[in-house]
Design a protein. Structure first.
Length: 112
């Protein structure tokens, strides 16, 4: 491991972020907002990056289509309630779904 890689990992650890659940290709190209971690969840292809951001009152799930040349129909999946709507996502596009904080768990994105 290079000094730069070790430094980057130390920086992520200090910020409380983890890349353990992210494939290397997604970890390097993911452009989610600071303070959120990318995850591999749901049945969407591995070229779809998903993450969530939790606020004081709501939490928002996101899915970005990083599949080159493939338009996908995706929905955000939440446990213990209704999922987000099925939406067409062009390459590079992002969808989101917002729910109240509480008993809902972000379960990623599914093909629909």
């Amino acid at each position: 491991m290079s000094k730069l890689s070790a430094s980057a990992l130390a920086l992520f650890a200090a910020a409380g972020l983890s890349l353990a659940a992210v494939p290397a290709a997604q970890a390097q190209s993911a452009a989610q907002p600071a303070g959120v971690t990318a995850q591999v969840l749901g049945n969407a292809p591995s070229c779809v990056t998903v993450w969530q951001k939790t606020g004081r009152i709501t939490k928002t799930g996101y899915a970005r289509n990083d599949c080159k040349g493939r338009t996908l129909n995706l929905k955000i999946v939440w446990a213990h309630g209704a999922d987000g709507s099925c939406q067409t996502v062009r390459p590079g596009g992002t969808i989101s779904s917002k729910v109240a904080r509480g008993g809902r768990t972000f379960d990623g994105a599914n093909i629909c």
